[in-house]
Design a protein around this ligand. Sequence first.
Ligand code: NAP
Length: 339
Amino acid sequence: MALKLGVIGTGAIGQDHIRRISQNLSGARIVAVTDIDEGRAKAAVKNLEGVRIEKNGQDVIRAADVDAVIVTSWGPTHEEYVLASIAAGKPVFCEKPLATTAEGCMNIVKAEVAHGKQLVQVGFMRRYDKGYRALKDVIVNGKIGEILMAHCAHRNPSVPSSYTTDMAITDTVIHEIDVLRWLINDDFISAQILMPKKTRHAENHLQDPQIVLLQTAGGVRIDVEVFVNCQYGYDIQCEVVGETGTARLPEPSNVLMRSGAQRSVEILTDWKKRFSDSYDTELKEWIDSVKKGQFHGPSAWDGYVAAVTADACVKAQQTGQIVPISIPKRPALYNLQER
Ligand code: NAP
């Protein structure tokens, strides 16, 4: 039987998820949606049959025919809707951030632990990317020995003028924070940010690029270059260095052209295209896990740890210091989770 879903927030990613659930995936259908802009909600489902527009997020969560909830509204609303979903005993997929503060994420962890069963998944879709999964296989199977270092880059062609220096962490590097912790299977203990020479293509208020340095409890050192006005494309790089070899995230498979005395491969410019398959896999596996009642994806705990790590990075930006990261003991509820 198809899982009946309610979607809160029909902006860019909400519309994208509605399209993939109704066109690309089987096993679920959308029965209710809401957005603060009712017209946007209507437009998002205008080609779908039998979808109701609810007045607000709480009505979506409460609706008797909604089996599970997808939260794709503005970040500051996430905590309220995830807590309400837990209170209603309904599985909830929440786009990142789980909440805008570590305290908010911890409120969700506590509510889920009190409920006694995992209901929450966070939208860290890189864990579903074929390339990252292949990289994880190499690491888990010991093919490059003990991991020592990782060198990463997260580059966007440009960002809107509203993008601020801290967003390089909270909106951009947050994906590296989660996926590196998952790849290396270790928590971070410190963060430092280096500010290289600033590009002339960044707004006055924005420090771009930045270099984020992270250290894990096991001593692995990670550097992430975040450069959001790099002009040339959307480019995600990750190389892991082990004791006996290195492993690099595969490039997206694009045609190799020979033309005009040059060999060339197109570089993507749109992040949605780069991770489009990962979003499909992420939601497909989430739908399957809701049906089975067994969650394996990024949990509320992972959302909390990402928030604590991001806070330390932002503090490191502001102080120029190496900022320690302290993660409390993981609640037993999350111990069985596949990582
Ligand atoms: P967006 O285009 O601004 O969409 C958010 C939508 O939610 C807007 O239509 C907004 O309306 C609506 N909204 C705001 N408050 C609401 C409320 N209380 N109830 C119902 N709807 C409400 O933003 P987006 O790019 O889709 O991003 C949404 C979330 O997904 C963000 O947290 C973002 O970080 C995350 N995201 C994750 C990824 C990823 O790679 N995993 C990618 C993109 C986005 P108004 O515009 O009128 O306020």
